[in-house]
Every structure is written in C-alpha cells, then in structure tokens.
Design a protein around this ligand. Structure first.
Ligand code: C2E
Ligand code: MG
Ligand code: MG
Ligand code: MG
Length: 284
C-alpha cells in the first residue's frame, strides 16, 4: 500500500513539474528569466570584401538558447523585447559575451576587424549605450576592432538633440554607424546626414530580386549613387548567389554578407574555424 502511495505521489509531482515548466507565461517574464540565466548568445556571420572575398569582419546576431525550445531566432522575441525595454539589458549581455570571446581569442584577426552589432531605437535614447560601447572597446583592445552600430531603418529613430550628442560621443569613441535594412523604411536624407553615418546596409529584399525585377536594381543603383555623394560605404545583405555577388561588385559595392559566404554560427565556432583556415593558409 505504501509503495502505491509513493508511486502516486511521484506521478503527481512529475505532472506538477511538467506543468510548471510548460505552462504558458507572458513572454516578457520568460525574457526576464532568460536575462538572469544569460541565455542570449552571440552568433556571428562574416562580412566579406566584394573583390577579394576575404572576411573583413562579422555581424553579431542574437540567439536565445532556450532550455527546452533550443535555439530561438530573433524575429520571435526581439519585437517584444523592444516593446518592454528588455532589449537594453539583452544587448548589454550580448556585448559583454562578444567582448569576452574576442578578448580570449589569442590569434590574429583581420585588421581592422569590423564587428557589427544591432542596436534598437530605444537604446539610443539613453547614455547607457555610450558606457557599454566604452567598456566593449576597452575589453577588446588586444584586437584592432571597429565597433559598428547597426540602426535599423524600420525603427523609429528620432534624431533629437540628445541622439545627436550621443552619436557625436560614440563617433569620438571610434564607433561607426550603419543604417540597417536600407530601403525598407523612410529615412530622409536630412536625417542621414545629421548623424554622420559610415555605412548603409542594403536590405536583402532588394538583393533577392537582382535579375528578377528591375525596380530593385534601380534602387540598388541609386543607393550606390547616394552613398558615393555622402561618402558612405555599402554592405549588401542576403547575398545567396554568385550572380548577385558579381552584380553587386560591379556596382562598386564594397562589402557583402550572406549565405553564399556563410550562415550565422556561434561566435566561438566562427573564431575557431577562422583560426584553422588561417593556419592552413600559413602552412601552405
Ligand atoms: P539584420 O540585422 O538585418 O540581420 C540580417 C539577417 O539576415 C539575419 O537574420 C541573418 O541570419 C539573415 N541572413 C543573412 N544572410 C542571409 C541570406 O543570404 N539569406 C537569408 N535568407 N537570410 C540571411 P537573423 O539572425 O534571424 O536576425 C533577424 C533580425 O533580428 C536582424 O536583421 C536584426 O534586425 C534583428 N536582430 C538580431 N540580433 C539582434 C540584436 O542583438 N539586437 C537587436 N536589436 N536586433 C537583433
Ligand atoms: Mg543588422
Ligand atoms: Mg539588415
Ligand atoms: Mg534585414
């Protein structure tokens, strides 16, 4: 009889545990928990020189290493993280982990090494960003890193007195500024010039349509024109085919990023592979 009671209690307890773990909870509570557990990790995707195809740097892309759901892609949680303001501590976590892994990497990286990080509009309203970037740059001083802040064009980035000052300070610190997803929002030229940009990242919806629809090609060509006038460099995103890479190179676009070269992988893995590839080239 006792054994039966114990068995029943155990079953009930298991059911309770299962329910605790799987009951639906508001996402922001889950995000808060995940921040405490440091579940947001940096993935890296290389950015290459359009002509030599050599890696010049990486973009850091956030992934959520969920204990039960595995790796969660950012589109599923970034919007809510932005609405709740949790994106700020999440990005801080990501910057710290990225800096740690880069500092611990004792081999050569391309110099200078471009590190792109996505920054939400909310984050640009606070001077925390400046402190975080300072710490990041200090941490990785063993490499010649250029921190490139990617601001999405779709976000509501207001250029106020405060942001103007913040961007000025960030630039004095040595950070570069990129407009991400260029062509999908409606940034005015005035706005662009006010924050003294360095890069435009052409969104992959345009790259995807190269050779398919000439409106996309016209947009790319006029972006190149605009970038030249403003002395901006261009990175094309979402390059998947040789034909796209060839077309973009011919337009005079400096840098390319996309599955043609590599998919995003954990930063640690990227660094390990990079070291191995370099060693192979050295020993040739
Ligand atoms: P994004 O910054 O424009 O990043 C590029 C996205 O395109 C990445 O998706 C990348 O995996 C994907 N991609 C790159 N090459 C190709 C390609 O050749 N083909 C296709 N189909 N896709 C390609 P991911 O990593 O899912 O990120 C999606 C978006 O989530 C990012 O777009 C960015 O807006 C946001 N995000 C990612 N990490 C962070 C972060 O740390 N902070 C913030 N605020 N947003 C982030
Ligand atoms: Mg980006
Ligand atoms: Mg983009
Ligand atoms: Mg995009």
């Amino acid at each position: 009889f006792y054994i039966l009671v114990i068995l029943l209690a155990q079953i009930l307890f298991s059911i309770f545990c299962w329910w605790q773990l799987n009951r639906p909870r508001p996402l922001y509570l889950e995000l808060e928990r995940a921040i405490r557990k440091k579940e947001f990790v940096p993935y890296a995707q290389p950015i290459v020189d359009a002509i030599t195809k050599e890696t010049i740097g990486i973009e850091i892309l956030m992934r959520w290493k969920h204990p039960f759901q595995g790796i969660v892609r950012p589109d599923l949680f970034i919007p809510q993280a932005e609405d709740s303001g949790l994106i700020i501590p999440m990005t801080d976590l990501l910057l710290k982990e990225t800096a740690k892994q880069l500092r611990e990497y004792k081999h050569d990286l391309p110099t200078p090494f471009h590190v792109g990080v996505n920054i939400s509009p909310q984050h640009c309203k606070s001077s925390i960003l400046l402190d975080e970037c300072k710490v990041f740059i200090d941490e990785v001083s063993n490499h010649n890193v250029i921190l490139v802040l990617e601001l999405t064009e779709r976000g509501a980035l207001e250029v106020s007195e405060f942001t103007r000052g913040l961007f000025y300070d960030l630039k004095m610190l040595g950070c570069k500024i990129a407009i991400d997803d260029f062509g999908t929002g409606h940034s005015s030229l005035v706005n662009l010039q006010e924050i003294n940009l360095d890069y435009l990242k052409i969104d992959r919806v345009f790259v995807k349509n190269i050779g398919v629809d000439c409106t996309s090609e016209h947009l790319i060509e006029s972006t190149v024109e605009l970038a030249k006038r403003l002395s901006l460099r261009i990175i094309a995103e979402g390059v998947e085919t040789e034909a796209q890479a060839e077309y973009l190179k011919k337009q005079g676009i400096e840098n390319l990023q996309g599955f043609l070269f590599a998919k995003p992988i954990p930063l640690g893995e990227f660094l390990q592979n990079y070291n191995q590839n370099i060693s192979v080239i050295d020993s040739d």
